[in-house]
Ligand binder design. Sequence first.
Ligand SMILES: [Zn+2]
Length: 285
Amino acid sequence: MVMYHYVQNSFGLRGMTRQSFLEHVLFLKSRYTMVSMSESLTSPTNANTCVLTFDDGLKDAVETVLPILMDLKVPAVFFVPTSVLEKEEVLHVQKRHLLLASIGTEKLVEELNARLPSELEITPDPACKADYLDDLLTCTLKWMLDYLDQDIMKPVLDDVFAKYLGDERQIFGKLYLSASDIVSLKDEGMEIGVHGHSHRQLGPLTYREQGMELEKAKEIMIPLIGKQPLLMSYPSGSYSPLTIRLLRKFGYRAAATISKHINSPETSEFELGRYDCVDITPSGS
Ligand SMILES: [Zn+2]
């Protein structure tokens, strides 16, 4: 299973170009049987299959990805954080990506620090340990954005966002899929899954809070896809044993994590592994 985010995005976000995406899919198609996520759940155990997944409900899906997939007859699943279908508000995660692309880590940290109370100042902190892509300051920044109480962080981030990127409603329509885009994707045979409602990390939330997120997502998605959503991708890969209980209760069939592993019949259907597209380098064969 392979995870994509931005493809030929017009905001200068870290992502693939149309050409590199095309090469990527051609490469995968030459090596694997490309199947939908639902098909992968019932594939024979020895099947050499690959599933393409797209997170965050981004507009790139209809503008760049869909024409290529249709051309190559490759299925995929698109995971949508349903709040983008409810209100014109750029998600926290995209605010971070857009700000980092526009002003870089150091300037963003400086702007946030100027607005945060001094005890919450963002400085390189080994407790927010680095992952392989980021330096310690970026890790600390991401950690603070993800875990600091939203009533403290949101107004601060919104203020910096408005200063550098202007009115988020202007950006919103170009950034996310609309309800009719989702219907188009579905009509072309693509699968639609849920990526939480507000893209909050589910793992640290209580059973009731997670239940509200998933209930809301289901409520918004059913009229668009005509049935109960069956597939989920955990926002930021975060989930807990309670999340899986809730997904089972709500009738989901499977969920994708961001843990990098190949899935086998022994893998729990609610803990499916995915490789990030940047981990796969097409090579001449
Ligand atoms: Zn996401």
